[in-house]
Design a binder for this molecule. Structure first.
Ligand SMILES: NC(=O)NCCC[C@H](N)C(=O)O
Length: 375
């Protein structure tokens, strides 16, 4: 469980029902929902792409041109694209390949787990694979082994899906870059400001490189707000403790602030001499300055209550998915936070969450906006 970054085991049929409900709520509210597995299967109908994709995913699964590599490749290549995608996502158990796994070098690895190719259960958190910033994308380089292969799906989709055929998506961060960044740390605040968490999953070096690429292109982005958050599994990304719910309203988990609401925040600004840095300690003040607002409403997870706040943060009470200014999707179990959001004038769509929440991600983590309206 822990190597797969789970704290508990979801009951699959219920998790699937809850996820369908999530997609239904989005559709009912004018969001066009696309599924990662369907998009990648469409791309891999092309035989050449299927071939290079398989080479890469098998290599990334730890096999480099040995007997096991060949066995896996021919097994997967002979499946129809949508079946092949499901099998790769679900993982391949060693008995599926049976007696063909006699290679000495692959033997110890194969024997320590029932899988020859590990499953990717965190793929329902599509947010983390990439972020769309303006007209380009930042493809993640994930911190933990359990999630590193996931980004290959989005890399192939952005480069090859007919949806993008007229357009080469500029990349502000590439899958192969050595610096570490994950989509859950990236919050697009408007058309020229983006906030990024300095976290368990995203390094300062990645933020600087992202800022450089955004500033040196015609992305329109001139400000990056780097926000330091605690380094632990409950708060692995910025969006587990801080999200934007309206032009001037944000949810925040109060425990990320020190005494007198102090935090470590840097703004990175574009300037002719390169990046200009400024250190700040007050979140509200930084948001006002960078977004040009007179007032900012910070809505505390669990109303800041010493019991409700950590409980609801653990169950992704700060991880709201904003589908329009002042309109969000949240887990129903976070009733203290949901009530407070409504008291602050936010329209809240609640979704069932008994099983989905066990993966430690909420509605924002479970989605990745590809196209946003210009607001
Ligand atoms: N943006 C997010 O906070 N995503 C949640 C990811 C949860 C997943 N189990 C992980 O640890 O990566």
């Amino acid at each position: 469980m822990h190597s797969l970054l789970f704290d508990d085991i979801p009951y699959l049929p219920e998790a699937q029902k809850e996820h369908d409900k999530f997609a239904e709520v989005l559709r009912r509210n004018n969001v066009k929902v696309l599924y990662l597995d369907e998009l990648i299967a469409e791309v891999l109908k092309d035989k050449k792409l299927k071939n290079t994709f398989l080479d890469q995913i098998i290599m990334d699964s730890g096999f480099k041109g040995e007997a096991t590599y060949d066995t896996l490749k021919s097994y997967l290549y002979n499946l129809a694209p949508s079946k092949m995608v499901s099998v790769i996502m679900e993982g391949v158990r060693k008995e599926t390949l049976g007696d063909t796994l006699k290679n000495l070098r692959s033997f110890p690895e194969v024997d320590s787990t029932p899988f020859i190719m590990a499953p990717m259960p965190n793929l329902y958190f599509t947010r983390d694979l990439a972020s769309i910033i303006g007209e380009g994308a930042s493809i993640s380089n994930m911190t933990f082994k359990a999630r590193r292969r996931e980004t290959l799906f989005i890399e192939y989709i952005l480069a090859n899906h007919p949806f993008f055929s007229e357009y080469t998506v500029p990349l502000w961060h590439r899958r192969g870059d050595i610096t570490r960044i994950e989509g859950g740390d990236v919050l697009v605040l408007n058309e020229h400001v983006v906030a990024v968490g300095i976290s368990q999953r995203t390094s300062v070096e990645a933020i600087e490189s992202l800022a450089n690429r955004l500033f040196k292109s015609d992305s329109g982005y001139d400000t990056v707000v780097a926000i330091k958050i605690p380094n632990n599994h409950a708060m692995m990304h910025l969006d587990t403790v801080f999200t934007m719910v309206n032009y001037d309203q944000f949810t925040v988990y109060p425990d990320i602030m020190q005494k007198h609401q102090k935090m470590d925040i840097w703004t990175l600004h574009s300037s002719p001499e390169g990046i200009r840095y400024k250190k700040h300690s007050n979140l509200q003040q930084v948001l006002k300055e960078t977004l040009g607002l007179n007032e900012v409403d910070l809505i505390y997870t669990g109303n800041g209550d010493p019991i409700a706040a950590p409980r609801e943060q653990w169950n992704d009470g700060s991880n709201t998915l904003t589908i329009a200014p002042g309109e969000v999707v949240t887990y129903n179990r976070n009733y203290v936070s949901n009530k407070l959001l409504r008291e602050h004038g936010i329209k809240v769509h609640e979704i069932p969450s008994s099983e989905l929440s066990r993966g430690r991600g909420g509605p924002r983590c479970m989605s990745m906006p590809l196209l946003r309206d210009d607001l």
